[in-house]
Write a protein that binds this ligand. Structure first.
Ligand SMILES: [Zn+2]
Length: 277
């Protein structure tokens, strides 16, 4: 399996179902995203395809509000697809976003939530074409907005990469004309507090000085496959110790959180409608 596929499949040491239940199901960001999708979802639509549906949370919540929808999810990762079926009873087709196994105009709305920013060159362009081909009425996407991507350095091979595997960033201009033959009819931007200043920059500065911090635990180096291993079965320490570097790092991050930060755009929801013929 490629490092990239491995990244999207990993559930650390719990099952995909538990991973989705524990880390995503009631996560505020997921709840907020689903609410915006429901709010903006075309009222006349009777069917929906969710491209790259992951564990199916967005579809599950959308169906809660719109139970009449005929809903299908498309997911590349087999364990994730199965988890979505088990957890929510969804219809999930396994496949790749750049070759949708569906007819032209088969779904009233085709959506892709937090997917497009992950797609490499070639796959991205083909996916956009495929989504426009399969959508009868509209396309709905959510994506990070005007994201200034941060990078980490792999301690083994020193390659730099975005730890969330974001390969591209969208702004007002790139979003406007994303789907040929479709017009952008709604765009909502969700705001958040700015990044802790210097957090990732500090990591990179340390790397430039020869000390490369461990990778964040959720990620895998796309080049060499290295990941930071959690220490397991370490004997419990009873004596009180001076704060470790890790503890200090945590303290630093917490202190950063106290610095007032200007709000920044977090993600955008965009709804497109097919141009009248
Ligand atoms: Zn590496």
């Amino acid at each position: 399996m490629s490092n990239e596929a491995d990244y999207y499949d990993q559930y650390v040491d719990i099952s995909p179902e538990d991973y989705i239940r524990e880390t995503q199901l009631n996560h505020p960001a997921q709840v907020e995203r689903a609410a915006k999708i429901i709010e903006n979802f075309p009222t006349e639509a009777m069917s929906v395809l969710d491209v790259g549906c992951g564990g199916g949370i967005a579809l599950h919540r959308l169906l809660g509000a719109r139970p009449e929808l005929q809903a299908v999810g498309l997911e590349r990762s087999a364990p994730t697809a199965q988890a979505a079926r088990n957890l929510f009873g969804l219809e999930i087709v396994e496949g790749s976003a750049d070759a949708l196994p569906f007819e032209d105009g088969q779904f009233d709305v085709v959506m892709a939530n937090e997917v497009l920013e992950h797609l490499p060159w070639g796959v991205f362009e083909k996916t956009i074409e495929e989504m426009t081909r399969v959508a009868r009425i509209g396309v709905l996407i959510t994506t990070p907005y005007a994201e200034r991507r941060q990078f980490v350095t792999c301690p083994k091979c020193t390659c730099e990469f975005n730890p969330f595997y974001h390969l591209r960033s969208f702004d007002d201009v790139t979003l406007a004309g994303l789907f040929a033959g479709f017009e952008r009819v709604a765009q909502e931007i969700v705001w958040t507090k700015g990044h802790p200043p210097l957090l990732y920059q500090l990591r990179r500065m340390k790397a430039a000085l020869g000390w490369i911090p461990a990778l964040p635990q959720h990620t895998i180096c796309p080049q060499c496959g290295y990941r930071h291993q959690k220490k397991r079965n370490a004997p419990k320490k009873v004596e009180v110790e001076a704060p470790s570097e890790r503890g200090l790092g945590r303290l630093f991050i917490r202190a950063m959180g106290l610095i007032p930060r200007p709000k920044r755009a977090k993600w955008a929801l965009v709804l497109y409608r097919r141009d009248a013929v």
